[in-house]
Design a protein around this ligand. Structure first.
Ligand SMILES: [Zn+2]
Length: 295
């Protein structure tokens, strides 16, 4: 089962008891349905879990069992649902002609209604990528006022979607892990959201590791090239006899460095007797380098 199907299965199985929320769930399912003459509604669903929820729900909301036709093959199955209902036709007219979502009207709406409407819309028109591959949650609606209304509704509750014209409608989508996580949680997908959160954490850890590894590699590279420069410089000072002209301190440091090519700066400070400070050591190494450069 794909990740999107997992999400849909969990959302479709949620028990919705309040009549207002059931109406919103139904409205969400119908957002992109076709309104035909004679107050006829035609809705095509592509998911079994959604169809199993929608058929009894619509029949209880609108008073009669809808006509259902199943078609398709090879993994593409369709449930074509149609029924006639003056109240459903009025709702769809409001959404698609006037851009009014029932949830924004205010009356007879509880605090759970927004989530129910979004859940219905997601079940019928939504998809979400496996978070191990990428974060992407999208609602694809027919072009028109309905898509605009859903876009402004999402913005009004703090989730302004990105918008893209697709071959078969308008895609309203989210690509940041935060919005994907929060919208799934808001719609009621308490279990599947953990998968999203986990894969985001895995990704964060991986990114940090990469950053840390790059950083370590750079430091090692730098240390090696500095060490090599120092060894070359001291070698030249020895060959030309200039080492003996240096002060005692510089001579000691140069010889310690030369005999301990792999020692870190900390180790090198400790090799001095008495040990010297790291800044003192740095200063001496700089002097040695510039003495050699004069040659
Ligand atoms: Zn409600």
């Amino acid at each position: 089962m794909s990740f999107a199907e997992n999400v849909r299965c969990e959302l479709a199985a949620l028990n919705v008891k309040k009549p207002c929320c059931r109406r919103m769930l139904g409205a969400g399912l119908l957002l992109g349905a076709k309104l035909l003459p004679g107050k006829q509604i035609a809705l095509r669903l592509k998911q079994e879990s959604t169809a199993e929820l929608a058929i009894p729900l619509l029949s209880s909301l609108y008073g009669k069992a809808p006509d259902v036709r199943q078609s398709g093959a090879c993994g593409h199955r369709f449930w074509d649902i149609s029924f006639s209902s003056p109240s459903a036709a009025k709702l769809l007219h409001g959404v698609q002609e006037e851009g009014i979502l029932p949830v924004t009207e205010g009356k007879g709406v509880c605090e759970g209604c927004s989530a129910a409407l979004l859940r219905g819309a997601f079940l019928a028109y939504g998809t979400v990528n496996d978070p191990h591959k990428s974060f992407h949650l999208e609602l694809l609606l027919p072009e028109g006022r309905g898509a605009d209304a859903l876009e402004s509704f999402l913005s009004s509750i703090g989730y302004p979607p990105r918008r893209m014209t697709r071959a078969n409608g308008i895609g309203l989508y989210f690509k940041d892990s935060g919005s994907v996580e929060e919208l799934i949680t808001l719609m009621g997908g308490q279990h599947v959201v953990f998968e999203v959160i986990n894969s985001r954490i895995e990704r964060d850890i991986r990114n940090n590791e990469n950053r840390a590894t790059n950083c370590v590699a750079k430091n090692i590279e730098k240390a090696i090239s500095t060490g090599t420069r120092q060894m070359e410089a001291i070698g030249r000072l020895i060959e030309t006899g200039r080492l003996d002209n240096l002060t005692e301190g510089l001579r000691i440091t140069a010889m310690l460095r030369y005999r301990n090519p792999d020692a870190s700066l900390d180790e090198l400070t400790a090799l001095h007797e008495p040990p010297i400070s790291k800044s003192g050591l740095n200063h001496r190494l700089q002097r040695i380098l510039s003495e050699a450069e004069e040659l």
